[in-house]
Design a protein around this ligand. Sequence first.
Ligand SMILES: Cc1ncc(COP(=O)(O)O)c(C=O)c1O
Length: 283
Amino acid sequence: MRSLGFVDGKIIDLSENAVPLEDRGHQFGDGIYEVTRVYNGKCFALDRHIERAYRSLRELKIPAVYTIEEFEEMHQLLISESGIQDGAIYLQITRGVAPRAHGFPENVVPRLTMSIRPSTSHSKLMEQGVKGLLIPDERWLRCDIKSLNLLGNILGKQRAKDAGCFEAVQIRDGIVTEGTSSNFFMIKDGLLWTHPVSNLILKGVTRSIIIEELAPALGLTVLEKSFSPEFVQKADEAFISGTTSEIMPIISLSSTLVGDGNVGPITRKLQQAYQSMIAKQCG
Ligand SMILES: Cc1ncc(COP(=O)(O)O)c(C=O)c1O
């Protein structure tokens, strides 16, 4: 089992130098990415990730030059060549390689790179819950695009880390938006609340699975409505969702306990339903 890269259609070692100096992803962050979890040697929810990659490309006016089948084959190849059973596959597509100038270059071919690595287990944290930190959302206004530009997210995550927290939960204009690499949900009186789909959040694959599949199957109602940090203080439960963090309970926010500070029963039910779905798809 070994971590691998995939560049120009070839499998390479992750340590190899592979990105040309004038790749626009390198110079401008001009590109998109996706990350898909691999469980038991199989990709989870790959169709949703590919669909979102096409949308991100459209929004950035980067031509889509791979078919769904090609994306699936490349993911499969990385799994079989690496021997990784439990991991994460990242893919990046940049606008291409061209002499540095802000405007779009003509006649360039978008450049795809990928990597696969084993995943670190979060199972203990998922059992116990983690701390969150409320911070101002300083990102740009197209958070709906999964772009390679992640500076706002990186600075926010580091603030959380420096404060001994797992994730920063961001606030824009008095509204709770999302985490730096996750969506945010809170539960009050049995109802799930999360920020509506807009340019201010990424429409997470895990978020969509919760809203479209897990919550309805458990008879839970989800309100996709804006809410304030003051309202979060009244939450009974809270969690973040994401491909790598899955459904991660938040037991305190900026040192204030969420509910009684324990992982709540609805979060537990959602976690169990998510694990069952993984087992069904990838078992
Ligand atoms: C800003 C942001 N929001 C939400 C998510 C969760 O999305 P998904 O569930 O598709 O991983 C991510 C994941 O990377 C993210 O970076």
